[in-house]
Design a protein around this ligand. Structure first.
Ligand code: VGL
Length: 220
């Protein structure tokens, strides 16, 4: 015990060794990301955020860009795996009234009952809990929290668009409510690399969520 304390003190007190220690921590955290996460199928839900025509198709009102194409098959595979493992599935749908004040920021998009607001055909959502929302967060004035509490969910795997907007706001509200957060980085997309990075940075470092590859998620 005393030895380990002395070693710790030695490493933490010299700036040069602090640098090695920092590098070691980075390598170890990269290794732990690669190691993967085994999620409890009964207590974990997958949330697919706003995978709607207006965001995902190139003729949509607020097309996120080509990077959204890459995440569709990844989300689809994750949803299929999760469905087979018996996880709860939640799909959110941005759902704005005509002339919503948010259009001052983004222009008209996902207007209630329009084609652009429909979920994309590539992802099967019939058995999912559907959350229609007016704001970025899927928790704001929706039944999501009561649904998750009623079904015994403690951890959320959050996927979809946009990483630094609705995904991030949903992750923040989930963290505030005490849910564990897992974000597969190949299942979320943003308008630019910078926005993708700062969204994931916030989730990992400020919310203490885990950011990993979807391949690294398994179920028990
Ligand atoms: C979103 C901008 C406007 C999103 C929704 O889904 O992240 N972004 N509305």
């Amino acid at each position: 015990m005393s030895v380990s304390i002395r070693v710790f003190a030695y490493f933490s007190l010299t700036p040069k060794n602090q640098k090695y220690l920092d590098a070691l921590i980075i390598v170890m955290s990269a290794m732990s990301n690669r190691e993967g996460v085994v999620v409890n199928s009964k207590e974990t839900a997958v949330i697919v955020v706003d995978m709607q025509r207006d965001f995902c198709y190139d003729d949509g009102a607020l097309f996120v860009g080509e990077q959204v194409r890459r995440i569709i098959p990844k989300i689809s595979a994750l949803v299929e795996g999760s469905r087979s493992a018996g996880l709860q599935l939640v799909f959110t749908q941005d759902w704005h009234p005509q002339n919503d004040e948010e259009f001052a920021i983004w222009g008209r998009h996902c207007v209630q009952n329009t084609i652009g607001a429909e979920l994309i055909d590539e992802l099967l959502s019939e058995d999912a809990f559907l959350v229609r929302k007016r704001k970025y967060s899927a928790f704001f004035e929706t039944a999501l929290e009561s649904y998750l509490r009623a079904t015994g969910i403690t951890t959320l795997i959050i996927t979809g668009v946009v990483t630094n907007i609705c995904v991030l706001h949903t992750a923040i509200d989930a963290a505030l409510r005490g849910f564990g957060i897992l974000v597969p980085e190949d299942c979320v997309a943003a308008l630019s690399d910078y926005e993708q990075e700062y969204g994931l940075y916030h989730i990992e470092n400020v919310l203490k969520g885990r950011v990993i590859s979807s391949d690294a998620i398994s179920f028990q």
